[in-house]
Design a protein around this ligand. Structure first.
Ligand code: ATP
Ligand code: MG
Length: 368
């Protein structure tokens, strides 16, 4: 996977830029608030996911303008492709000139992983952040997974609406009305859990290797899935039965709280360093290394599963790593297409081949 050319118009503070990145390392440097993260964000949007910074799409359009336009040529799945994105209140996508019904169609075509200061929330944040990481990571290798997630959320919102109606007295004596929703939720929930278990099995090896490398073999990381209900056996059918049972058990409390209390939307990921919870006990450096290990692990799984190296988008990462960790990081990404933002490019080892750009007030120019 390589980004061959990229252009953006009226995207955040970027009025108009167009450039051809190096297939290796691209350094984008500049002072604070010049548009470096904006550029990383605009490239990320071609994965089909929402921004890693905001839920509000209209925020992406340059102040005073009606529409942001992004376009890129990329090489993926053995062919050159083109994608365009038009952003106003919504995002419209064209792939190879053909309009798509949803930006999700880009998933699986355009592959990237992003590491930004927000990635630390993966360790410091709550279960929702970890589920978001899993959901995005899995969708990048199994685009179908995103369909199950949105189906699950739809079923759950129907179920929750019914719970609300019941608690207001309607259907009071007919809890049976919940049964079809329980069944559908358990069916899709079990499918999602299956994807997650399968994915974690693939992820944990690379994450362990990377963490060992980053910590020079001194520490060990472990990742464990923590479900909101227990299933005595694995396998989709067994998990579905267990989830149905769990939904039945939590029905009274669900009716009281008018919300669904068990299922993959409640699950967590336990990340430990040397058997201690990274969120509670980890030092800042350890937490940062953990987040990096998860992200590099994610990249390694994409490479293994799709036979393509995703683009690595690294926002503001290097300045926070010591020289040894920087070296490990860049060695790991040798041969990948990388976009690194920083304020001071001199901290980076410039022996690596690639291109250097300066971002100034939303304008990008080649440096040197
Ligand atoms: P830092 O080094 O501090 O991380 P940066 O170069 O990454 O800085 P960005 O976050 O990319 O900075 O850009 C921030 C700038 O973009 C701010 O000045 C902000 O006001 C501007 N900006 C953000 N959204 C919009 C928008 N919709 N319209 C115009 N300007 C915007
Ligand atoms: Mg920034």
């Amino acid at each position: 996977m390589k980004l061959e050319s990229f252009s953006a118009e009226d995207f955040r503070n970027i009025e108009k830029i167009s450039f051809e990145p190096s297939p290796g390392i691209n350094i984008i440097f500049g002072e604070n608030a010049q548009g470096k993260t904006n550029l990383i964000e605009s490239i990320w949007l071609f994965t089909g996911f929402r921004s890693f910074r905001t839920m509000r799409t209209s925020e992406l359009v340059r102040e005073g303008q009606d529409m942001a336009k992004l376009s890129c040529d990329f090489f993926s799945r053995d062919r050159s492709q083109n994608a365009q994105m038009f952003i106003d209140k919504k995002r419209q996508v064209k792939i190879n000139g053909i309009s798509q019904e949803t930006p999700r169609k880009l998933m699986g075509e355009f592959k990237a992983v992003v590491f930004s200061p927000q990635s630390l929330a993966l360790i410091q944040g709550g279960p929702a952040e970890k589920r978001k990481f899993l959901d995005i990571a899995i969708s990048l290798v199994r685009p179908n997974y995103a369909v199950f997630i949105s189906r699950y959320l739809k079923i759950m919102s129907h179920r929750n609406a019914l719970l609300r109606q019941m608690s207001r007295g309607k259907y009071k004596y007919n809890e049976k009305a919940l049964e079809p929703w329980d069944y559908e939720l358990a069916k899709t929930g079990a499918r999602i859990l299956n994807y997650r278990y399968e994915y974690l099995e693939k992820l944990s090896g690379p994450v362990k290797d990377v963490y060992e490398g980053i910590s020079a073999g001194k520490e060990q990381i472990s990742i464990e899935y923590s479900p909101s209900f227990k299933s005595p056996k694995k396998g989709e059918e067994a998990v579905r039965e267990a989830m149905l049972e769990a939904l039945l058990k939590s029905r009274d409390s669900d009716l009281r709280r008018q919300a669904t209390g068990v299922g993959p939307h409640k699950d967590d990921l336990l990340i430990k360093i040397n058997d201690l919870c990274a969120r509670t006990y980890g030092s800042q450096g350890q937490q940062r290394s953990c987040a990096l290990a998860l992200k590099l692990g994610e990249a390694a799984v994409i490479k293994k599963e799709t036979d393509e190296k995703p683009i690595a988008l690294l926002d503001d990462v290097m300045s926070e790593l010591d020289a040894g960790r920087q070296k490990y990081f860049l060695d790991f990404l040798e041969g990948w297409q990388v976009f690194i933002t920083c304020c001071d490019p001199s901290i980076l080892d410039r022996s690596q081949t690639g291109k250097v750009f300066e971002m100034k007030a939303g304008k990008l120019s080649p440096a040197e």
